[in-house]
Design a protein around this ligand. Structure first.
Ligand code: ZN
Length: 421
């Protein structure tokens, strides 16, 4: 029997380039796919459809978080007000060695998936260890995920022998390939300063052969080039490009310290970029040249990074910060206008991950990853421009309904229960 969901009476933000906002709109989902959408009255209500009344709500694509480390919510607030090197090597890595195991990864990945869903994120791109537990938690909670198994050149959780780091990631991808349409396995090399050139080349080669996304932290701090053996006086992006790492199935995370030639390389290779403004601010890493990357036409989305360096997974807060950060940095109130930021958090993120054919906007034929934002809150009234309300007014807790792949996973602000695979 056809599984139908009918959302009506809402203000629909499709986030499609040529589609205006649909006031008093309706949307029909069948078997997890958006069938049609338009003004109320243009769509007939199917007799057997489940109905959601979206009066006083914005109906929009689920947010896409392009960079997370889900199990790291365990370390939220553990070490703060520190620079990246001290934070990472003196606090996070030792804490991981002590506390990270399959059980803690499963528990905290599930916790983070629930935090993401409750705050309107329907798809995330993650990189961590014990990838089976992260992917398993995502499967249970109902979120869509690009799940990256981590690679690093020293003993890591679940990978005591670094010689086996690439093989471990390959085995993870093979176990999860094709298992669920919501789970896309991936390979995540931590960084050019924790992975040798040999490891990077082998990992990228494996990702190519497997046809999966290759993720890596890049140019996060100014000091990064000095920490990379073999980099010489090249920029980090140039170094990685010389190794053949950067292509259209590569996601470069952070990209704070880029010059014009780095931006040109990323554009030429067609790689995606995950911009993590709050994490970069909190670790005093710097301000990524986002306006320049967008002007060059680079596929760019937003990420929160892990909760240990943010300290939450709420993309609404991230949108507000992204807008204000670049506005003040560029002394230009138009450079990161609200609609542009909402686009980055939805369709932009989907593009950066190579998923824009499936998700990121509300259009016929796309998978039904949809959220409803309840506007009947004192801090959201009145609404002159829905994009401004979303970026500068709304919080994750204003999300009332979340639908992933056609399934309602949050209803009236509450999780509906764990979804079966
Ligand atoms: Zn990260």
């Amino acid at each position: 029997m056809t599984d139908q969901l009918f959302i009506r009476n809402g203000t629909i933000l499709t986030m499609e380039a040529d589609s205006p906002v649909i006031e008093n709109g309706s949307l029909l989902v069948e078997n997890g796919e958006i069938q049609t959408l338009g003004p109320n009255g243009s769509l007939a209500l199917p007799s057997r459809a489940r109905v959601i009344d979206a009066a006083d709500c914005l109906v929009m694509p689920g947010l896409v978080n392009c960079h997370t480390h889900l199990p790291m919510s365990l370390f939220r607030g553990l070490a703060d007000d520190l620079p990246l090197d001290v934070w990472l090597f003196e606090h996070i890595f030792p804490a991981e060695a002590e506390q990270i195991n399959p059980g803690s990864v499963r528990k905290w990945a599930r916790h983070s998936c629930e935090e993401l869903l409750l705050s309107g994120t329907t798809c995330c791109c993650d990189g961590y260890f014990h990838g089976d537990e992260v992917a398993g938690a995502a499967l249970e909670t109902g979120i869509r995920i690009v799940a990256g198994q981590g690679i690093i050149d020293f003993p890591a959780p679940g990978v005591p022998d670094p010689e086996k780091n690439v093989a471990t990631a390959v085995a993870f991808v093979r176990r999860w390939a094709g298992r669920s349409p919501r789970i896309m396995p991936s390979i995540f090399c931590h960084s050019p300063y924790t992975c040798s050139a040999t490891t990077l080349v082998a990992a990228k080669q494996a990702a190519r052969e497997l046809g999966v996304l290759f993720q890596i932290h890049v140019a996060e701090t100014k000091a990064e080039t000095g920490n990379i053996t073999d980099c010489g006086d090249r920029s980090v992006v140039r170094y990685l490009d010389d190794l053949g790492i950067i292509d259209d199935a590569t996601l470069l995370v952070h990209c704070v310290w880029l010059d014009g030639s780095d931006i040109a390389i990323i554009k030429k290779r067609g790689a995606g970029v995950a911009h993590c403004a709050e994490s970069n601010m909190k670790l005093a890493s710097g301000i990524a040249p986002v306006p320049g990357m967008l002007e060059a036409g680079i596929r760019l989305g937003l990420g929160t990074d892990g909760s240990a360096s943010n300290n939450n997974l709420d993309l609404f807060q991230e949108m507000d910060m992204v807008s204000k950060l670049h506005t003040v940095a560029c002394s230009d109130p138009w450079v990161m206008a609200a609609k542009k930021v909402v686009t980055l958090a939805t369709l932009g993120g989907a593009r950066a991950l190579g998923l824009d054919q499936k998700i990121g906007s509300l259009a016929r034929g796309k998978r039904a990853d949809i959220i409803l934002v309840n506007l009947k809150k004192p801090h959201l009234v009145p609404v002159y421009n829905p994009f401004v309300t979303l970026v500068h007014g709304a919080k994750g807790s204003d999300v009332s309904h979340v639908i992933v792949d056609g399934r309602i996973v949050v209803e009236k602000g509450e999780l509906t229960g764990r979804n079966r695979p």
